[in-house]
Design a protein around this ligand. Structure first.
Ligand code: MG
Length: 368
């Protein structure tokens, strides 16, 4: 089987509510999505998606995905998409770095490999837990009252996992953490996502003031060096997310004990092939995981769910359904959807959902 054509689509995905990252630093209203159709000489077709969480969140540029695929395509055409490692090496040779540009191609190849094997991707990867994964909400609020209102809105839809965005004013962050812990329900999974918003000193102030609560804090500071510098000076469980990009990052975090949780985002780390190695490093070091799309449609959510299903249930806290935050649906309601706050692994071979091509418009690039 050979890849014979790659078609690239650009779609804007508007958010239902304008979204402010931790502390109100960054505002997002529309996500720049790239959908990729990979056709083979066997007739099998795979789909991938790359949707960064805006241009300002981390170094991942929506239009850069399309430019990157244009650069990589000549080295990918003709390869067997079931040999995902060969495709990965070809992409790494054609374009060092730029992992976010590679993930849609990797995803489409896994989709084809799954279809060819007659298995969901998770089963093909040797996992395949059918335990529904809790969906983490994304509580991008600022005040205590807003936080309560947004969390209640999610609870009414069945959510038991919440990512509460903090990382602004330290005093207000401490007050919001204490309030959320006051109203925390039994069994709820709550992650406080700082999105790099604190300096080392600010992080230590909050960690000290909330030490009795043992709350989980995600990406408290900008860099791994910052997180390493405060490591050992606090007792808070730490999740690392934005600074978990390469396999080398994963190895360092695990070896140096910088985090208790990996927040693996598929588009950021370059797709399933690379993320699976991070999963294994995590499991070998007693590190639990959140697995999430970086953003995007139900396709991106499905990809995250496939990887999550290869993680033992006890080590996978939650996934995320960005689809619930969008006003457009490019797959007509198909694919894994929120059922009482959880996503269920699709039984269809491959990724488990393809877009409605009519919803994508004309391709902006076709390579063959
Ligand atoms: Mg995060």
């Amino acid at each position: 089987m050979k890849i014979k054509r790659i078609s690239v689509y650009h779609v804007d995905l508007p958010l239902e509510h304008p979204y402010w990252l931790s502390g109100g630093r960054l505002k997002f209203e529309v996500l720049d999505a790239t959908l990729v159709k990979v056709e083979t000489d066997s007739g099998l077709v795979g789909w991938g998606e790359g949707t960064p969480w805006g241009h300002t969140y981390v170094p991942a540029h929506g239009p850069g995905i399309r430019a990157g695929i244009e650069t990589m395509a000549p080295l990918i055409i003709g390869l067997d998409p079931r040999h995902v490692l060969d495709v990965e090496r070809a992409m790494d040779l054609a374009l060092p770095g730029h992992l976010y540009a590679k993930s849609p191609i990797d995803m489409a190849c896994w989709d084809i490999a799954g279809q060819a094997a007659g298995l969901p991707i998770a089963d093909l990867m040797g996992g395949g837990s059918r335990t529904p994964r809790p969906i983490a909400s994304s509580v991008g609020a600022k005040t205590i009252d807003e936080t309560r209102a947004v969390m209640d809105r999610y609870r009414q839809r069945g959510y038991i996992a919440h990512s509460v965005k903090i990382g602004g004013d330290v005093t207000r962050d401490i007050a919001r953490i204490r309030d959320v812990e006051d109203i925390r329900r039994d069994g709820e999974i709550i992650l406080y996502d700082v999105n790099r918003g604190w300096t080392r000193q600010q992080a230590l102030r909050v960690m000290s003031a909330t030490e009795d609560l043992n709350v989980m804090l995600e990406q408290p500071c900008e860099t791994l060096d910052d997180i390493a510098a405060i490591s050992g000076k606090h007792a808070s469980p730490v999740s690392v997310d934005e600074t978990l990009v390469t396999l080398q990052d994963a190895a360092r975090i695990a070896r140096d004990g910088l985090a208790e949780i990996f927040g693996i985002k598929l588009n950021r780390v370059g797709g399933l092939t690379k993320a699976a190695r991070m999963r294994d490093i995590a499991l070998a070091h007693g590190i639990d995981m959140f697995v999430m799309a970086t953003g995007g449609s139900v396709l991106a959510d499905a990809e995250a769910l496939q990887l999550a299903a290869t993680i033992p249930d006890a080590n996978c806290h939650a996934v995320w359904a960005c689809q619930d935050m969008l006003t457009v649906d490019i797959a007509g309601g198909r694919g894994p959807r929120n059922i009482d706050g959880h996503l269920h692994l699709p039984e269809a071979p491959g990724l488990g959902v393809h877009p409605d091509e009519n919803a994508l418009g004309d391709p902006v690039g076709v390579y063959s």
